[in-house]
Design a protein around this ligand. Structure first.
Ligand code: HEC
Length: 103
């Protein structure tokens, strides 16, 4: 199908808008940074249980991080902000056990 030039431009513009509405790479970089700097320290060192690749629900992960649970420390919004927590929870929830987070 051959689109007239104006329709082609409109479609290209719409696609550009959609892609900027997607989560930015900066956001997932934040989530990965939180995991690497905070969570990995315990959760890949045998201090805490493995949390990657278990399909733990993101809501559950966020709650555990905010409120803590026995030996799992609680983190305040000043330590891990809402956006970064949502991102790291989403990445962990959809992670596979042996791949780096976000892949
Ligand atoms: C100081 C070590 C430490 C750090 C840092 C830490 N955790 Fe934990 N975490 C633990 C321990 C220990 C447990 C097990 C708690 C228990 O059940 O007694 C745990 C449990 C959890 C659980 C529950 C796992 C399950 O099997 O139900 C989740 C989810 C979790 N942590 C997520 C995180 C995330 C996300 C981060 C980073 C923001 C993080 N933790 C940082 C030590 C840590």
């Amino acid at each position: 199908m051959k689109l007239p030039r104006t329709q082609f431009l409109a479609a290209a513009f719409a696609m550009a808008c959609l892609s900027t509405a997607m989560p930015s790479s900066a956001a997932s970089a934040d989530g990965i940074r939180v995991y690497d700097k905070v969570c990995r320290y315990c959760h890949e060192a045998g201090v805490g249980p493995v949390i990657k690749g278990r399909q733990l629900p993101a809501e559950y992960i966020k709650r555990v991080v905010r409120f803590g649970n026995r030996a799992m420390p609680a983190f305040r919004p000043t330590e891990i902000d809402e956006a970064a927590l949502a991102e790291v929870a989403r990445l962990i929830a959809s992670s596979t056990a042996n791949a780096p987070l976000g892949q």
